[in-house]
Design a protein. Structure first.
Length: 101
């Protein structure tokens, strides 16, 4: 049965559903365009990393909460969560940014 000239399964496959048995889904297209929207600020990222290291040094793991890091860096919490999914990943990124002697 077709809906507006298309088979029922085609519209489902277009939305990410599974094609019928025996038919493979076409390969995903690689992303060639830059991210939409405003580019991420390297200055904000550096401020977040520095604030993370400072708070960790002053107050330890518990004191280095995302709210305090955002306040010290002068950014919103959303700016942090766009770059790192949680506090642990942020701390790992901050530690890996340190240069060895």
């Amino acid at each position: 049965m077709s809906i507006k000239g298309r088979h029922r399964w085609e519209s489902r496959a277009d939305r990410g559903g599974s094609p019928p048995p025996g038919q493979a889904r076409p390969p995903a297209k690689p992303r060639t365009r830059p991210r939409p929207g405003r580019p991420r600020s390297e200055q904000a990222e550096q401020a977040i990393i520095e604030a993370t290291l400072d708070l960790f040094a002053e107050q330890g793991f518990e004191g280095a909460c995302v709210e305090a890091i955002a306040a010290r860096a002068g950014v919103g919490k959303a700016t942090i969560y766009r770059r790192w999914p949680n506090k642990e990943e942020l701390l790992l990124a901050a530690f890996s940014s340190l240069k060895s002697p």
